[in-house]
Write a protein that binds this ligand. Structure first.
Ligand code: ASN
Ligand code: ZN
Ligand code: CA
Length: 332
């Protein structure tokens, strides 16, 4: 039996119509991408364990854009893994989550009414629930990028998932999750600095998190304080999410792709952003070269300054912008 790469079409719940690289074996197509480390997607069919069943069929068109069609969430997951792969490869030269050319697999339809998604180092796999009433899958692109970036973090800095290092771990996932969204630039999932704006996790249409002003979620920290490490890591992350937004975009009011932001600073300073392209290079170099398992906010300031110095020099606009953005979130 011959095996070959094929080009399929998918219609996901959130990604809309996309092209997918699939595998044709004999007369059967599978949702498996040999051009990206053999990443594939399975269904758990509401179970909560096992590696699931690989999506396979005799035509190469997948999903219909509706959550009621069980292939649609699989299209999102497979596409999310592909774009995350391409993002890391083309932006940073990283060859997969472990930088070893091996793709992670994704499992969709985990459990019942499961309102979460998670990365698991032990299976080297990604898992998505179907959300409330099993009708709101968690398969949005920034969620895929967020979760798979947990794999990158654990294979690089290894930031401990508690205290300030835990906030930095979470923020790394929000930062790169958003950058994956900008990289994909989909018309159906317009790139933004909001996390999970399409999955309606709160039931009222609001996103899970806001990077320009994290406290808009009612719980996240905008600025560092000596007690920030006592918060849940999804809230202490606010300080670094806010730092990254200020570094990339600057302070004050701004509209990007039709979404309005208004980012304050702790000291009232007005900041000018250096743009996403350079901001993400600084964060990635800080994460992969300078941060360790115990890096806290003060050390993250030093790590990103070191990264900016390596990349742009110690007298550069970029170096000064990193310092100013940390000061803007009260990390001195
Ligand atoms: N979705 C959650 C997260 O990535 C899963 C977890 O609690 N780790 O943060
Ligand atoms: Zn996370
Ligand atoms: Ca988003």
């Amino acid at each position: 039996i011959e095996t070959a790469n094929a080009t399929g079409t998918g219609n996901g719940v959130f990604v809309g119509n996309v092209s997918l690289t699939t595998t044709l074996t004999g007369s059967t197509y599978t949702l498996k991408d040999a051009t990206r480390g053999n990443q594939y997607t399975t269904t758990l069919a509401n179970k909560t364990s096992g590696s699931g069943t690989l999506y396979s069929k005799t035509t190469n068109s997948w999903g219909n854009g509706l959550a009621s069609n069980k292939e649609s969430a699989a299209v999102d997951a497979q596409y999310g893994a592909a774009v995350t792969w391409d993002f890391y490869k083309n932006t940073f030269g990283r060859n997969g989550i472990r930088n070893d050319g091996v793709g992670a697999y994704s499992r969709v339809h985990y459990g019942s009414n499961y309102v979460n998604a998670f990365w698991d180092d032990s299976c080297f796999c990604m898992t998505y629930g179907d959300g409330a009433s099993n009708t709101h899958p968690l398969t949005e692109l920034d969620v895929s990028g967020h979760e798979m970036s947990h794999g990158v973090t654990s294979n690089t800095a290894g930031l401990n998932y508690s205290g300030e290092s835990g906030g930095l771990n979470e923020a790394t996932s929000d930062i790169f999750g958003s950058m994956v969204e900008f990289y994909a630039n989909l018309s159906k999932d317009v790139p933004d600095y909001l996390i999970g704006e399409l999955i309606d996790i709160n039931g009222n249409g609001t996103p899970l998190r806001y990077m320009d002003k994290p406290s808009k979620d009612g719980a996240s920290a905008d600025y560092w304080s000596s007690t920030v490490g006592n918060k849940d890591v999804h809230y202490s992350s606010g300080v670094a999410n806010h730092f990254f937004y200020l570094l990339a975009e600057g302070s004050g009011a701004k509209t990007i792709n039709g979404v309005s932001y208004n980012s304050p600073t702790y000291n009232g300073a007005t900041l000018t952003g250096i743009g996403r392209a350079q901001a993400q290079q600084i964060w990635y170099r800080a994460l992969t070269v300078y941060m360790t398992s115990t890096t806290n906010y003060k050390a993250a300031r030093t790590a990103t300054l070191n990264a900016a110095k390596d990349l742009y020099g110690s007298t550069s606009t970029q170096y000064n912008a990193v310092a100013a953005a940390w000061t803007g979130v009260n990390v001195n």
